[in-house]
Design a protein around this ligand. Structure first.
Ligand code: SF4
Length: 69
């Protein structure tokens, strides 16, 4: 399992992630940044979300591995 993380020091609110994976990101109107829902995701989806992370123009998205429960 893994989860997505948005670095608030890098995110500039471009919204690519929100377009590509609207179920996994939310836009914070106060900060005008995206943040991850933090939902655990299966390893089988790792490459899919790595591709989305690679689309972020400021490289703000990282995939954080989690121990299996
Ligand atoms: S694509 Fe990157 S910079 Fe744009 S909102 Fe998402 S995390 Fe922020």
């Amino acid at each position: 399992m893994f989860r997505l993380h948005v670095d608030p020091n890098r995110c500039q609110g471009h919204g690519v992630c929100l377009d590509e994976a609207p179920a996994q990101f939310v836009f914070d109107d106060d900060t005008t940044q995206a943040r991850s829902t933090g939902q655990p995701l299966p390893d089988s989806a790792h490459s899919h979300y790595q591709d989305i992370a690679d689309l972020c123009p400021t490289a703000a998205i990282t995939l954080i591995e989690q121990e299996k429960q």
